[in-house]
Design a protein around this ligand. Sequence first.
Ligand SMILES: Nc1ncnc2c1ncn2[C@@H]1O[C@H](COP(=O)(O)OP(=O)(O)OP(=O)(O)O)[C@@H](O)[C@H]1O
Ligand SMILES: [Mg+2]
Length: 474
Amino acid sequence: MTAPAAPHRSLDELTLGSAMSLEDLLSRDGLSEMVKSANELFGVPIRVFGEDGKLLADAAESIDLYAYLNTSRAGRAALSEVVAAVKALAPGPDGAAQYQCVTGALYRVVAIEYDSRQIGRMILGPFAESTSAGPPPSLVELDPQLDAEQLRALYRKLPKSDDATVVRVAQHLAKVLDLLLFSGHRALLTSNMHLASVRESFRELEDKNQKLQVAYDRLKELDRLKSNFLATVSHELRTPLTSIIGYSEMLVEGLAGDLTSEQRDFVQTIRDKGDQLLALIKGLLDLSKLESGTMSLRKNHVDVAALVKDVVSTMAPTARKKEVELAFEVEKGLPAIWADAERLRQVLLNLTENAIKFTPVSGAVRLSARITGMEAQNGGDAGGMVLLGARRTAVEMRVADTGIGIPEVERMRVFDAFYQVDSSSTREAGGTGLGLSIVKRLVDGHDGAVRIEANQPRGTVFVVTIPVKRATIG
Ligand SMILES: Nc1ncnc2c1ncn2[C@@H]1O[C@H](COP(=O)(O)OP(=O)(O)OP(=O)(O)O)[C@@H](O)[C@H]1O
Ligand SMILES: [Mg+2]
């Protein structure tokens, strides 16, 4: 653990208690209760002061004699002398010093100590000795303006006790205080330690958060650079590749003279591989455009039935070659959806291509479309729909196969760019792992959703849901 920052108290300070005051250690209510009950029991006024002179607890009723003295100038002067003297009185080594005031009343001053340090004072008094017969001459002669009879009467009303009892009460209170201070100190230490460790954990968390933010920003920047790099490289590769394809096509067609059949085979291979490379580059370009948000979707009303039919007829030769049955079924009366027809076609083509690729000979691939509902997405342009919790009408397109299937744990990851399920059959099938990441981003661009389900008894179903209406209200 490192030391907490400067404005906080250090751990040493918290545990050694060098800065502890009476107020830190005891609740004022508890202190008042204790002092009051002692006052009720023994009738002696008691006050407790902190080390800084602050009054912390007070169990003393106003004394009529003092109130009367306050009405005369000499009386007032004498009383303020008493206050100053009692304040200045250092509690003796036995912890109880005595002071006798001009009225003859006594005070006892007791030190409150903790850990061999004085942290406050307790003042018991004024009280008159129970054996005293009457006021001393100093009181009666204080001011000729004060009525001697009245003074005698008020003197008799002073709290009575004998000094030995008051000293015992003082000692008893000091012991109780000591106990209270000990447990108060322990509680304070515990809570301070707890506070310090919470503060420390918080600081560590803040630190980690900051580091995470820096790492996150850096990753974002790297991701942006990667997208830019992908876009530039794919674009630059495409131009020479178009020439390679064009020229090999011309060679195959004999535009540069007749080729032997072996030469034609070689050139044909160059052409085929060139096409494959072009498809891959187009995929990369699409992905980088989708990632940077620069791909614009040209949305219009799209007839799903026509789209499905078109995809099936495009993929029919591939299916036939692989000896996989390809069929489709579209619900009657499907509404048109608001989408980019070309991009949606790309989505279905990618899914169908995968389905055929990962389905062994004599399997089946089935495309279907039906009407359904979908929760409004949390996207910003879903607007009030989210608040209303409305379900939007949508069209669901399914591509189901009877192939090798996708284990549940892989179902989220296959949408990551370049991710392929690590099985020998996937590797045998070829491909780069871009298809599904493009599918996911294109579907997102349509406010739609794509998910994977297991087919029964085997295989995979990709379910794409696209809302029928544009994602604005009205
Ligand atoms: N219908 C499916 N059945 C079983 N596995 C599938 C299916 N579709 C996708 N996968 C798994 O998901 C992975 C990612 O698919 P994706 O279409 O992104 O890449 P790919 O087909 O391998 O390559 P590309 O599409 O770029 O040519 C595949 O490699 C395969 O492991
Ligand atoms: Mg694919």
